[in-house]
Design a protein around this ligand. Structure first.
Ligand code: PGA
Length: 247
């Protein structure tokens, strides 16, 4: 199974559902439709409407983050996995670099993953080295650390997807070379296999993916799909990624 996940970040109003509708129609008719899943993570304000609208359609809806504990709490602006699941969303991103840079620690991320899984959300757990890590040849150790400090063997591997997003690649148009990606994703899968003592969860790549570079990624064995930011705000750009991937 392949995954194409669109992360809208701070984008979208109710009528932006038109973008997803076009993608949903494409997916329903695509001859390759059984080979992949499409998931979108709009902002909290749209979760309920979109999740209800797409309930019996092809697109699944997820949140971009969630709170780490309590069904309800006195934490202003926090939203718990329980509340996200209750409006029909099925996935959540956890550990996006935007949230790590705002202070999400490994301990917090571990609690978030645990609590999201407990509330029946599937987790897209994001990892990635920054520019300095890469320059100092610390990519492998940073990624291993991000995985092993958060994920536990007892977590249900089937409900976890790992998204590898080099921080220096997000929104910059810069992508790793094919060789770098082959090595890094192989390393990630090795760490995950070792941790879960069985098959690795799906591993996605994220960072400046678009219709013009996606063909390079399909030749890389250990990439099972994509987390797409900028190009997910246009139905044409998002559909082009899928079309070019299966070309
Ligand atoms: P990008 O964002 O595709 O715009 O680089 C990816 C992400 O942050 O998930």
């Amino acid at each position: 199974m392949r995954y194409f996940i669109g992360n809208w970040k701070m984008f979208g109003v109710p009528k932006s559902i038109n973008i997803l509708n076009k993608i949903n129609s494409f997916h329903s008719k695509d001859k390759n439709r059984r080979k992949y899943r499409v998931i979108f993570t709009p902002p909290y304000t749209l979760l309920e409407t979109y999740a209800k609208y797409f309930r019996n359609k092809r697109i699944s809806i997820g949140s971009q983050n969630c709170y780490q504990k309590d069904l309800y709490s006195s934490n202003t602006a926090a939203v718990s996995p329980f509340m996200i699941r209750a409006v029909g969303a099925k996935y959540t991103l956890i550990g996006h670099s935007d949230n790590r840079s705002e202070g999400d620690t490994n301990d917090m991320l571990k609690d978030k993953v645990k609590f999201a899984l407990k509330n029946n959300l599937k987790v897209v757990f994001c990892i990635g080295e920054n520019k300095k890590d890469k320059k100092n040849n610390r990519t492998f150790s940073v990624l291993k650390n991000q995985i092993t400090k958060v994920l536990e063997k007892k977590f249900n591997r089937n409900n976890i997807i790992v998204a590898y997003e080099p921080v220096w690649s997000i929104g910059t148009g810069k992508i790793p070379t094919k060789k770098e990606l082959e090595k890094t994703t192989m390393h990630i899968k090795k760490v995950l296999k070792h941790l879960f003592k069985t098959k690795s969860p799906a591993v996605l790549y994220g960072g400046s993916v678009d219709g013009s570079n996606v063909e390079m990624f399909k030749e890389i064995r250990d990439i099972d799909g994509f987390l797409i930011g900028g190009a997910s705000k246009s139905s044409k750009k998002f559909i082009d990624i899928i079309k070019n991937y299966y070309r």
